[in-house]
Write a protein that binds this ligand. Structure first.
Ligand code: FES
Length: 112
């Protein structure tokens, strides 16, 4: 099973974390199943951007983003070339390292 390494995030996992999930699982599901309560405002239906993560390693092993995801990502806070919506990023066989951005679009609206 691929390992997902999560870099430290002050709110969700201050120490960072390492979890495993079967190939075919979305990164968002895997995080939630392991008590890393990433936001997922649209319940993983590819209609918000709150589940945004930046993939630091293993990007190519994930299922390709479709157009709807690409369009939404344009609105995500802190977009990077290897950004994904974690509810749409399906694990392949390889390990991945992800970073949960400091803010989501919800935070950004409230505080910035
Ligand atoms: S939870 Fe809304 S796009 Fe992933």
């Amino acid at each position: 099973m691929p390992i997902i390494k999560i870099l430290p995030h002050a709110e969700y996992c201050p120490e960072g974390a390492e979890i495993t999930a079967p190939a075919g699982t979305s990164i968002c599901e895997a995080l939630l199943e392991n008590d890393i309560e990433i936001e997922h405002a649209c319940e993983m239906s590819c209609a918000c951007t709150t589940c945004h993560v930046v993939v630091r390693q293993g990007y190519a092993s994930l299922g390709e983003p479709d157009e709807a995801e690409e369009d939404l990502l344009d609105r995500a806070w802190g977009l990077e070339p290897t950004s994904r919506l974690s509810c749409q990023a399906i694990l392949g066989r390889d390990d991945v390292t992800v970073e949960i951005p400091k803010y989501s679009i919800n935070h950004a609206k409230e505080n910035h």
